[in-house]
Structures are given as C-alpha cells and as structure tokens.
Design a protein around this ligand. Structure first.
Ligand code: CA2
Length: 146
C-alpha cells in the first residue's frame, strides 16, 4: 500500500510555538513517527508539508493512480479551501482528515471543514496519535475494499 500524508500551512512550526494547543512534537518528529508507524504496517509512505494551497492541490493530483490513500491535515485551509475539497474529489482516493486539536472546542470558524466533505473519516483532538489512527483506519479501509 502506498500512502500520502499531507500537512498544510504552519504545521512546519510544530513544537516551536503554541505548545499548549499543538504539543511539543516538532514536524521532523511527526514525520519520523508516521514513517515508523508505516514501516511497522508495511506501508510505503510519502510525507509532504506546504504553506501553499496550490502546492497541496498539486500534491493531491500527483497522488492520482500512484497512491492508495491520503491522510491530510489541511491546517487553516480546512476552513476555507474548496480547491482542496475539489482536488480530493477529483482523485477519488480514500482520504482521512486529521486535526491535532479538537476543532469543535475552539472558535466557531474552525467547526466547519471543506476537505472533510470528501474524507471517509475525520480524527480530531488526539494530537500526533491521530495520524497513527488515520493510517490504521486507511489501511483497514483499503484492505476491505480490495
Ligand atoms: O488542529 C489542527 O491540526 C489544525 O488543523 C491546525 C491548524 C488550524 O488552523 C486548524 O484549525 C486546526 C493550524 C496549524 C498551525 O500549527 C502551528 C503549530 C505550531 C505553532 C503555530 C501553529
């Protein structure tokens, strides 16, 4: 199984600022954690982070016919990006949305997700463990569909 893990704007700042909300794990630690989970599960993973909406759309399009699934934390684009929603719909790959924080306990503008409308599941409020949960959910989802 081939998996793309996408992180959106400012997630490269993990562990550097706002540890009360996002924890003390750095982005490099997060990538190492996801890679270790995927190695254990026999999954080939590509992790990519960008602060640019179009670059995230490009990465989703590049996954078409190469990847079996996508884990995505769109960052603040969660609440604004119809372009990311449309890209996920266009490639029609199973996608799981992850949020480190509980977006439903934060400001009201964080309660709605556009990309989430094209995802088979959303995991929120579990910190970096949420990425492991997303990987395992997608693995099971893809194997059940095979
Ligand atoms: O909870 C999440 O994972 C979010 O997707 C994170 C986004 C936020 O806009 C969403 O509403 C919820 C923000 C990511 C910013 O990450 C930072 C990490 C460290 C320091 C500053 C920002």
């Amino acid at each position: 199984m081939n998996l793309l893990v996408l992180n959106g704007p400012n997630l490269n700042m993990l562990g550097i600022r706002e540890p009360d909300i996002y924890g003390r794990t750095t982005y490099a630690d997060l990538v190492a954690y996801i890679e270790a989970v995927c190695a254990r599960e026999g999954i080939a993973v590509k992790c990519y982070q960008s602060n640019h909406e179009g670059a995230l759309v490009d990465a989703i399009q590049d996954a078409y016919q190469k990847m079996d699934g996508i884990v995505i934390n769109p960052g603040a684009y969660t609440h604004t990006s119809v372009a990311i929603l449309d890209a996920l719909k266009a490639v029609a790959l199973p996608a799981v949305e992850v949020h480190l924080s509980n977006i439903y306990e934060r400001e009201e503008f964080r309660h709605h997700s556009y990309p989430g409308l094209a995802c088979v599941k959303t995991i929120y409020g579990h910190g970096i463990k949420g990425y492991e949960e997303a990987v395992l959910y997608l693995k099971d989802y893809v194997e059940r569909k095979a």
